[in-house]
Design a protein around this ligand. Structure first.
Ligand SMILES: [Zn+2]
Length: 179
């Protein structure tokens, strides 16, 4: 019997064993890339920090009107993609005169410049939800699902994509040089 070294489920921790077995089969057959591309054939085209800022602000205005304003939104090429962080949200506190001012920032890993609109929306929804809910708890995921009803499925598929990359698969939706 052929022994296949299991991939490290770095991005799919917490998913049920049956699901991981299915993902493993797709990985072994090299099917994740074609499957994702068939499901999501087009890239989103949000290429600059300015465009990303406008995109995030539009979603914020639609769903989180009362939330704190964002002072910065950017793609970040140095962001390490770890298990829970696909982007980051930070509150940077600075002393201005006698006051402590806090600034809200959202950074999205540059990897996601190339991706379908569905994935970008999922990541942005995640980071926006953190403006209201700090922890990854029930209230947090309810807010995510309110902003994007397909949130859970999209997060799973995005994590499949990361697993595909982690196992040496090619980047998909790469529009650099194609534009
Ligand atoms: Zn988070």
């Amino acid at each position: 019997m052929k022994t296949v070294a299991p991939v490290a489920w770095k991005f799919l921790q917490g998913y049920p064993p049956e699901t991981l077995a299915q993902v493993q089969q797709m990985l072994d057959g090299g099917r994740i890339g074609p499957w994702l591309l068939q499901k999501y054939p087009t890239a989103h085209g949000v290429r600059t920090d300015r465009a990303l800022y406008d995109y995030v602000q539009a979603l914020r205005a639609e769903y989180l009107r009362g939330a704190e304003p964002l002072s910065k939104v950017a793609f970040d090429g140095k962001l390490q993609i770890v298990q829970h962080a696909l982007g980051t949200h930070t509150t940077v506190s600075r002393v201005q005169g006698s006051k402590l001012k806090s600034k809200r920032e959202i950074r999205i890993a540059s990897l996601f410049k190339d991706g379908p609109p569905e994935f970008l929306r999922m990541i942005v929804v995640h980071e926006l939800a953190h403006l209201r809910e700090r922890a990854h708890d029930k209230a947090f995921y309810q807010l995510c699902a309110y902003m994007e009803p397909g949130y859970h499925q999209l997060e799973f598929e995005l994590r499949m994509y990361l697993t595909h990359l982690e196992s040496g698969g090619p980047r998909l939706w790469n529009t650099v040089g194609a534009a």
